[in-house]
Ligand binder design. Structure first.
Ligand SMILES: N[C@@H](CCC(=O)N[C@@H](CS)C(=O)NCC(=O)O)C(=O)O
Length: 228
């Protein structure tokens, strides 16, 4: 039986969604984040040396890293619905977005989350202006413009098609969903990024996405109170 080691409020939610889209039988082993640090519990270290989620086990095999998990599941279980044909332009787009999600966009979300944590961390009063100054420099000199450029880019892509690789959902969209959902709890996409907002609505309307939410338990993305 395939097992997904699922950390609450995390990226592994999208693997549950993929499994539901594929109609695969699986079991969920749940892990909760530490209440004060938000880190994964040490039990996940017994599954993979990095102790992160998602990670799946399938018999003797352990697969970590969302993109690798998506590739593994799609190559084993997809019947041609979620993976565009080899050699097609949709397939090139698929490879791009599958890597872009964790390689380019997610790191910006992480930096943003960390900046928010620094801003709100308890510290002596005299250190606060220094911390705030550093955060402002990172936001003003790097983060803000990069997030904007990436959101503009994604919005322009969704002006051309319903999903990132054309008018059909692919597993690359499932990989893309997490960081965009995280961004949407920080910024109201509706005002400046209408296509991205509609895209997230399309995702949330899918029955497989809703089943995954029911099975995965609470999915409250971290960093809702941070700003760019
Ligand atoms: N690039 C990795 C990132 C894995 C990752 O950082 N997962 C987070 C959950 S969203 C995690 O396990 N965090 C808990 C921790 O770092 O202790 C992937 O996509 O699988």
């Amino acid at each position: 039986m395939l097992t997904i080691h699922h950390l609450g409020n995390s990226r592994s939610q999208r693997i549950l969604w993929l499994l539901e889209e594929l109609g695969v039988d699986y079991e969920i082993k749940r892990y909760e984040r530490d209440k004060s640090t938000s880190l994964a519990p040490p039990a996940l270290l017994a599954i993979h040396p990095l102790g992160k989620s998602p990670v799946i086990t399938d018999g003797e095999l352990t697969v970590a890293e969302s993109g690798a998990i998506v590739e593994y599941l799609v190559s084993k279980y997809d019947d041609g619905r979620l993976l565009p044909p080899d050699g097609s332009s949709e397939r090139r787009a698929y490879t791009y977005w599958l890597h872009y999600a964790e390689g380019t966009f997610a790191p910006l979300m992480i930096i943003s989350l960390i900046m928010g944590r620094i801003e709100t961390a308890p510290m002596p009063f005299f250190a606060k202006p220094i911390a705030k100054g550093i955060v402002a420099k990172v936001r003003g000199g790097y983060l803000g413009q990069n997030i904007k450029r990436n959101l503009d880019f994604m919005e322009s892509m969704l002006n051309k098609s319903l999903w990132f690789c054309g008018d059909e959902l692919t597993a690359a969209d499932i990989q893309m969903s997490f960081a965009l959902e995280a961004e949407s709890v920080r910024t109201s996409l509706q005002d400046d990024y209408g296509k991205l907002a509609e895209y997230l609505e399309r995702i949330k309307a899918r029955p497989a996405y809703q089943r995954a939410l029911e099975k995965g338990g609470p999915y409250e993305l971290l960093g809702a109170s941070t700003k760019k």
